[in-house]
Design a protein around this ligand. Structure first.
Ligand code: DGI
Ligand code: FE
Ligand code: FE
Length: 197
């Protein structure tokens, strides 16, 4: 990886706990592989992978304080489900603390948890890498999705969203973010349209 990414890697190691750091490296390298496969910029994929969870280990009350301090607007859903805040706050920190100027990288961090309709290639890569990186072991259909990620990225994104909605739907106290649902609707229609081509 390039010098900028080496620097970010060192900084990120200091602010994440051990498990989150290992997960982060997994996402960065998986994103690099997907970038190779789909012709995205590899170093940008590594940067976005390294930074995607940079706000994850901030205590919840501190997350709210920082959002208010920096004028980051939270949706009603995010206010009630604080596990989602690290994506938006992470995007802000990527831009303002880590000095990232590339809007695509910042967006990839911002959308890595729920996705959004019509994501860029890099956004899709980070969304997918977060789900399939080697240390992940909980989700069903992981081996199928891992293979699909390198065959058809739109379909992999759709499948990840489908399984996530299913998983959250079964879980108690896990309401579904409207953003996740909207992203799923977009990608399920896209996959149908691509199959018909
Ligand atoms: O940060 P990671 O653990 O690597 O993964 P993530 O950013 O995809 O997810 C972070 C958390 O957000 C995880 O606990 C699951 C949760 N989450 C994702 N989508 C939704 C959600 N929680 C709710 N309630 N609703 C969602 O739609
Ligand atoms: Fe995350
Ligand atoms: Fe993550």
């Amino acid at each position: 990886m390039n010098e900028r990414n080496e620097e970010i890697k060192k900084k990120i190691k200091k602010i994440l706990d051990k498990d989150r750091y290992q997960h982060t490296l997994g996402v960065a390298y998986t994103a690099a592989c997907l970038a190779m496969r789909y012709g995205a910029d590899m170093e940008s994929a590594i940067t976005a992978g390294l930074l995607h969870d940079c706000a994850k280990c901030i205590p919840t009350d501190e997350k709210f304080r920082l959002c208010s301090k920096y004028g980051i607007e939270l949706t009603e859903f995010e206010k009630k489900n604080s596990a989602l805040i690290h994506a938006k706050l992470g995007a802000y920190l990527a831009e303002n603390k880590y000095g990232i100027e590339d809007r695509d990288i910042i967006d990839a961090v911002r959308t890595h948890t729920t996705g959004e309709p019509a994501m860029s290639l890099l956004q899709q890569i980070i969304f997918t890498a977060d789900f399939i990186e080697p240390r992940r072991d909980q989700a069903p259909n992981l081996s199928e999705i891992r293979q699909m990620a390198f065959e058809d990225l739109d379909r992999a994104v759709e499948k990840i969203l489908y399984d996530t909605l299913n998983y959250l739907g079964k879980k108690k106290d896990a309401p579904i973010d409207p953003a996740t649902r909207k992203t799923y609707e977009y990608y399920s229609q896209l996959v149908v349209a691509e199959t018909e081509d």
